[in-house]
Design a protein around this ligand. Structure first.
Ligand SMILES: NC(=O)c1ccc[n+]([C@@H]2O[C@H](COP(=O)([O-])OP(=O)(O)OC[C@H]3O[C@@H](n4cnc5c(N)ncnc54)[C@H](OP(=O)(O)O)[C@@H]3O)[C@@H](O)[C@H]2O)c1
Length: 340
């Protein structure tokens, strides 16, 4: 069986583009005992891939992608075509960690990406398969776990969600709102702001590109912030430190503003000391034990029509590099996916 895969041609120095990747065809071995052959139907496009396209991938993170080989450790959903593994019959839908390729042989015993992407059979009776790359998968877990680690789910104050129209951000907004918080979200276009207000259902939203962040936050949350879920870092984290009230708490989900360039602060970190703030970094994949609880809660909200999900879909494996570049540049809304 042949598999077509995207591999890294060269590491990007600045903005990532198609020229940094190439498609190759490889021969796959037959699945052995405990293994399945999966035909991928969807693959995920994540900001973290850009961090792994650097020779200096951050310490403790998933490993850098070596040029000239397949990109292992990327979320994908597919259908089992051959099986030698109990519990994974031919025709079943699964998730696993061998995305950005057409087919993969996956070992059912492998612990993948800290356990969040180990081979798992999916129930697709009530939801489309790609929901497991969004609200019912790692995105949902990251949103849920990040709110959990700053004790936001029992709070009733105001939370600012940066990159609020993105894959993780829109779920954070919705979970926070459904849990009783007042939600302020920011995004990089007026169209995204309208979506956040009209469909995601946040209390206030603003376009971070159109005015200084401090002014927008002052208008959206004159009472100050109790909580922040930050995925952007740099100027956004700086604005959060400024706007948080005493004893405020920040979930540090990511710092996407720095992934393709130099780090830009924050320059006012002392405010964390003076205001007794809690800055809590976390990885969704460190909270796999919350996965079932998250899927149950978000699954109910989806079934009841109380949780919306939106995807920016690119067609065909060859479009994956463009999808990554577009997502990093803010040209996508909701979860960015490639359909194979
Ligand atoms: N901790 C974890 O376990 C974990 C897991 C998954 C993701 N993450 C992190 O969560 C963040 C969001 O990931 P995602 O998958 O949900 O991606 P996403 O939000 O769907 O896409 C990235 C978004 O970031 C925004 N952005 C990009 N550059 C920016 C800049 N310079 N300033 C402000 N905003 C910028 C853009 O939105 P706008 O156009 O609206 O600005 C863009 O659409 C990333 O930092 C990612 O690394 C963390």
């Amino acid at each position: 069986m042949e598999s077509v895969q995207v591999q890294v041609r060269e590491l990007p120095a600045g903005e990532v583009g198609r020229r940094h990747f190439e498609l190759t065809t490889v021969e796959l071995p037959d699945p052995g005992p405990g293994q399945v052959l999966v035909r991928n139907t969807w693959t995920s496009v994540d900001p973290g891939l850009r961090l792994r396209l650097r020779a200096d991938a951050p310490q403790g993170y998933f490993p850098a992608f070596p040029p000239g080989s397949a990109m292992d450790g990327v979320f994908a959903v597919g259908v089992v075509e051959e099986s030698q593994a109990d519990g994974f019959p031919v025709g079943s839908t699964v998730w696993h960690s061998y995305g950005w390729r057409s087919h993969a042989v996956v070992d059912s015993g492998e612990v993948a990406m800290n356990g969040i992407a180990s081979l798992r059979r999916l129930d697709v009776d009530a939801v489309p398969a790609h929901a497991y790359l969004g609200p019912l998968g790692a995105m949902g877990l990251t949103a849920y776990a990040g709110l959990h680690v700053i004790d936001a789910l029992d709070d009733t104050g105001t939370i600012w969600v940066s990159a609020g129209a993105g894959a993780v951000g829109n779920l954070v907004c919705q979970i926070a709102k459904l849990s009783g918080l007042r939600v302020v979200a920011s995004a990089g276009s007026d169209e995204k702001v309208a979506w956040l207000l009209d469909e995601v259902g946040v209390d206030a939203a603003f376009n971070w590109r159109s005015r200084p962040l401090s002014e927008s936050l002052q208008q959206a949350a004159p009472e100050g912030l109790g909580l922040c879920f930050d995925s952007v870092g740099g100027t956004h984290l700086e604005a959060a430190l400024h706007a948080l009230n005493d004893n405020g708490r920040i979930a540090l989900c990511g710092s996407i503003s720095e992934y393709e360039g130099a780090a830009a602060g924050p320059r006012n970190l002392f405010l964390a000391t003076s205001k007794n703030l809690t800055l809590r970094g976390f990885r969704g994949s460190a909270h796999v034990p919350l996965l079932d609880e998250m899927q149950q809660r978000l699954g109910c909200w989806l079934a009841e029509g109380r949780l919306v999900h939106r995807e920016s879909i690119y067609e065909g494996l060859e479009s994956a590099p463009t999808a990554l570049a577009d997502m990093l540049a803010g040209r996508t809304t909701g979860k960015t996916l490639v359909r194979l």
